[in-house]
Design a protein around this ligand. Sequence first.
Ligand code: S3P
Length: 171
Amino acid sequence: MSNISLIGFMGAGKTAVANKLATVLRRELVSIDDVIVDRERRSINEIFLKEGEAYFRSIEKKVIDEICHRDDLVIDCGGGAVIDQDNLHRLKENGVVIYLKASPVIIYDRIKNDGHRPLLRVDDPRAKIQELLVLREPFYSRADTVVVTDDKSLDDVTGEILSFIKARDYS
Ligand code: S3P
C-alpha cells in the first residue's frame, strides 16, 4: 500500500498530524528530519551551521529517495523538502502527498519560541516566514490535496485527511 506524506511550512503541524495519523492507521512513521539527525549524529541546527543548507538538502534528498521506496508509511517531511521537484515526484510516485497549510501569523505564533529551525534564526523571522512562504507556495500546492490547519484541532485535521484517504482508497 502507498505512503502518506505530509508537506508544508515549519509550524504547519506536520509532525503532530503525522504522529496521530500513524497511530490511527497503525502505520510506521518516518520523519525525514529524524532520519537525517540519526544518520549525521548531530542536530539540524548543527548541520546547517557547520555544513550549510546545500549539504543538508543533499542528505535530505538521499533519505527521501531511500524512504519512498518503502510502503505503508506516514512520512513527515521537513518544510523545504519538496522545493526539490525530484523529491516531490518520488513521494507522489509511491503515495499521496498532503499539504498542511497555515497562515504566516499562525506559523510565527507556533514557532516563535523554539530555536531548532535554523532558517528562522534571523533578525526578522516574521519577514522571513512571509518571504519563504511566497517562494514555496507554488511547490507546496502541487500536493494531491491541501488541508488548512489554522484554528483547527489535531483531531479535525486528522479527520479531514482520513476522509480524503478513504475517498481516494489509499488506506
Ligand atoms: C526546514 C524545515 C525543518 C527542517 C530544516 C529546514 C525548511 O523541518 O527540515 O530546518 O526548509 O523549511 P520542519 O518543517 O519539520 O520544521
